[in-house]
Each structure stands twice: as structure tokens, then as C-alpha cells.
Design a protein around this ligand. Sequence first.
Ligand code: PRX
Length: 678
Amino acid sequence: MSLLFRAGTAALRHRGRPPLRRSSTFNVSGYMPEAASFPGVRDFPGLRALSLQQPDRFWGALGRERLCWISPFHSVSNCDLGQGSIRWFEGGQLNVSVNCIDRHVHKSPDKVALIWERDEPGAQVKITYRQLLEVTCRLANTLKRQGVRKGDRVTIYMPASPIAVASMLACARIGAVHSVVFAGFSADALADRIQDAHSETIITSNQAVRGGRVIELKKTVDQAVKLCPSVKRVFVAMRTENKVLMSNIDIPLEEEMMKEETACDPVAMESEDMLFLLYTSGSTGKPKGVVHTQAGYLLYTSLTHRYVFDYHDGDVFGCVADIGWITGHSYVVYGPLCNGGTTVLFESTPVYPNPGRYWETVERLKINQFYGAPTAIRLLLKYGDEWVKAHDRSSLKTLGSVGEPINSKAWDWYYKVVGEGRCPVLDTWWQTETGGICIAPHPADREAEIVPAMAMRPFFGINPVLMDDQGRRLAGNNISGSLCIAQPWPGMARTIYNDHERFVNTYFKAYPNHFFTGDGAYRSKEGYYQITGRLDDVINISGHRLGTAEIEGAVNQHRVVAESAAIGCAHKIKGEGSYVFIVLKDGIDIAEHIINKELKDIVSQKIAKYAAPDFIQVVMRLPKTRSGKIMRRVLRKIVENKVDELGDLTTLDDYTAVQEIVAGHKLILEKEAKNSSS
Ligand code: PRX
């Protein structure tokens, strides 16, 4: 809890901006057509109050109107946060793929569902709803023919592409549970996730293409499969023309699909059947398979997509996240498709072939809502305004940011340069566990102001509270605390796969009857929220979550490492980087550049390239309490250059350890300064 800090928000307020208010009378039913079910509610705050005071009435009406049911639900919510028991829309049956495809095919079959923005600029591919249905059905039939059944877990290891989206939707169609693993994860990390999910089926592609480079995806899968004897079949799609080695469990996906029918009966799923698992990092070394179910997740992602981004029929929605993360699940695939929208699948990088790529794509595809990560914005800002200004961005209406705090400099640049001061910038706060956006400005509410670099307001049904160290709710404004959510909402995770106890302990024990987010937040004088960062041993590298214990687990496998401690550190581009302290085994003498390289390699190999440590410091010993616990607080202060604030060191067993580390850290800083000036 000690990491809480209060940001100086007053300084961030932009008074000179054009107001977002476009009409002085707020008409709820114009804003939200479903509001016809709530006579008497006149404005956005009224709707929000209703969503909190009468959640069953609110979500029940929206669930009935926004989703297409095979059989109706008999109860709206049945939740007990104390037990981590969350159930929505019980009794109802539906199929998510029908909601995301079939019903739009009936209305407008030739509407574009997906625009695949391939790595090669200008080589985009458009897929209509009719085509998406055909591909999904062929794929679903292929899965069935090869023995995949309802409830089976299917691991998808491929970057954003129509076939990847169809794979997710084909699982949903036949009732299989997908587990998409980010295609940048290593073979070891992939194997861990396959094993934890007891997945017998993998879908991958021969190769991936990113930033002009070819990535040997299938080879990584082959290595992972060697560690997973339970895998029975690997479907291989062809992203490039290059042949790869096929074993007796490998199945050429497109070839098999071509033999199948273009129709496939959707399975009727209960609202609370599993839709997908998505692995994310926690405080321990073992990633957790966060479980989302069918109806509640779909309703929540489609509603947030519609109202947070002010998405309108006919808009082109451009979320550049990878489908391997929750942002890709909720705002590349499920939210936009449930709304019958047109969604962009971005395969490339922000700097390929040059730092104008995002804005050239915006111009070419006429993107209306652009949703990206602060890391990329910070990186592009460095390259200067010309790369942005070279492209017509007049199609843009809203700009979103997600995954990590967006600092005011990046926010300002995004707002003024990218959005030409016309487009609201939405700092959206949420998590893998929350399913969809929970705190964000609401541009659809024309009355609402936006304060730069603040996530601002809770969405419908979200009741954020701040807690102190003793677990007491903090009343009033201008205050910081642990961010909890006091009421269940339909999009929240239901469990951790095969580990409900960990689910309850992680999210519902620290503050009974509340969902604990793991983040700290500040509530401003006006009652707006600003996220201040993680309170646990999770760091956020370029918007990707990583447990420090995972890094230590990988580093400790190196033959010369006796023990290690990893912590987060400020990083100009990535937001947060990792700083690893290692103690060498007795009698080992190894050159610094060699150990640095080998440790970076081992972390890349055990986890992923993005997880490789930014700084490595060899120390004689780690600062520990007399009972042997590493004092991470002390390490953090040293790395933050706040040696005067080391605090109470009475429990430290040996003060000289701290002095040595401070001296070593100084040398690392000097070297860093030299490198960046040369
Ligand atoms: O610390 C918060 C940070 O990202 C964490 C969630 O990570 P993940 O589950 O990978 O989901 C990322 C995409 C939704 C949070 O606990 N985070 C996310 N959005 C923001 C943020 N921190 C500050 N501001 C945000 N807007």
C-alpha cells in the first residue's frame, strides 16, 4: 500500500480546450436507445445512478435488448462477492458467434466486419459479415471433425488475422473454450499455458510477419508441443507461402476447411458457460487463466465499445492491440462485432515501415476511433510531428489509450497533434479481470468534461471505492487509496481456471465483499479518478503485465545465479521497465557484459522478449530482514534515487548490503548516462 501517491491533477486541467458539450439538453433515449425502458431517467448521471441502485433492472433491460437469445434468462444477477461467486443472466441460452456474426449477416451481409491491416502497408484485406460467417463455420466444422468438443480448451497462438478471429468465433460456435496466447511468448511460456489449460488442440500459423520480419511461429509451437504430450492436434494456417515441417499431429487448416460446409449449427450455451481463458500475470511466478463467460462479458464489451468510444453504425474502429491480450479480445473482436461494427486487425508495428504507419493507416482506412497504448504514443512523439501531419486524420473522432498510465506530455501530444484538438482523448482504465473498460471519460455524454491524463468516470454499473491500509472505505474527495469495486458487473471475471481459491484470495479477501483491483487510485476534488499504479509485485512493461516473480523465476535458472530480486523502474518509453539484482553463486567470476546478455536471453527464452530486464546489477547480497525476507521497498527506493527515504531499517540484517547496492547503482546510472550521450 505504500506505493500510493497523489498526482497533482490541478496542473493538468486544460481550460482552453474546445468544450465537448454539443447540446445543452441531454436526451437519454437519444443517447441510449434502450433507455426507453427507463422512463423518467433524463440524463447520463441518472442512468448511472439507476445502473447502481437497480442493477437488475438496468442490466436486465440491456441484456434483453442488446443480445440475441436462444432462450431467455430467468434471473439477471446472482452474485456473492464474499465467495467470489458471480453469475449473470442465469437460465438464458445464447451463442456468442451468432451475436457477433449471424444476426448482422441477416441485416447487412455485405457490410465489412474486419479490415485486416497486414504488415505490408497498402495490402489490407476486407472481410464482410457474410464471409466471416462462412470462414467461421468452415473452421468450426473442421474443429468438430477433428474431435474438438464443447468445453474443450483450444489454444490459439497466432497474431491478429481474419483466421485468428474466425478461430475464436469458431470455438464460441461449437462451445469450445479458447485460450489465445500472445504470439510473442516463448515456447516455454506457451507450454505452461497449454498444460495449465489441459489443452489438446492448438491453432497456429506457419509463420508470422511483423515489422517486415518473418517469425517462425510453428517452430515455437513444435518446441512447446514437445513439452506437452497431451496435445493431440495442431492446426496450421498459412500466413506466408513458406512450407514448414509437418508432423503426424499437424493439420493444414485451410486445406481441411475447404472440404467443409459453409454452415454450422451454433451450440446453445448457458450464460455462465466458459467463453475463454486468458492468461495474465499475478504476484506469483505462475500466470493465471482468467475465465470469462458468455452473456455478461459480451454485453459489457459491446456496451462499453458503443458508449465509451461513441461508436456509431458505419464507423471504422481501429484498436491496434494484439488479440493475445484482453484489449484485443474485447475491443478488436467481441465488442465491435457484437455491435455489428467494422473493426481493424492491425498486424504491424507503429514504426514499420516508418513512424507514420498508424496515421497512414488511419488515412487509408478512414479510421474513426483509434485505440492504442501510451508506450507507442511516447515512442512516436520522439519522432516528431511531421510523421503525423503528413497524413489526413480528418476521419478521427475519438482517441483512446489503455494499459498503463498516460503521462500528460503524451496525452497532450495525442490530443493536440494527432487529434488536432478536435477528438476527445480517452484514458481508459481496466484489466484482464474486469473484461471491459471500467473507468473512462464518456464522450457519448456530451455534458462531460475531460481532464487530461485522468481515467475520470466510472462506467455504468461500476462502483469504485478507495480503501485505506486498514480496509476502511475512504470517504470524500482529494484522496488516494486502494482501488476496489463495490458491486458486481456483468463483464467481470468468474474464476481462475482450476483455481477458484486463488481467485477468491486474490480479489475478494483483502477487502471483503469488494473486488480488489491491485491498483492504487486518486480521487480528485471533483470526484474524478486517476490510476496511480500497481500495489502488488506486478509491473507493467509497455502496457504488458508481468510478475516480478516470473522474471526472478527465469533469472534464477541461470547456472551462475544464487538468488535475485526484480523490481519495476521508470522507463522513458516503456513506462515501466525491470531492474534485476542478482547474487552470484560462490566462486563465480563472470564478465558483466556476458552475464547481462545471458540473463536477457534466458528471460526472453523462458517468458518473452518484452520481459528481458532493462538493468541488471550484480550485488554481494540482497537486503533482507532478519527472518530472511528480501526488503524490496529498500531496493525500490534505491532505484528511484530516493536513498534519503529508505525508512525504517531496524529489521535489516546487514546495513553494508544497502551501502554496496547504492554504490553499484550509482555506477549503473553513470554508465547509462554515458551510453545515452554517446
Ligand atoms: O495497472 C493497471 C494497468 O494495467 C493493469 C491491467 O493490465 P491487463 O490486465 O494486462 O490489462 C491491460 C489492458 C486493459 C491495471 O491493473 N492499466 C490499465 N489501464 C490503465 C492502467 N493504468 C493506468 N491507466 C490506465 N488507463
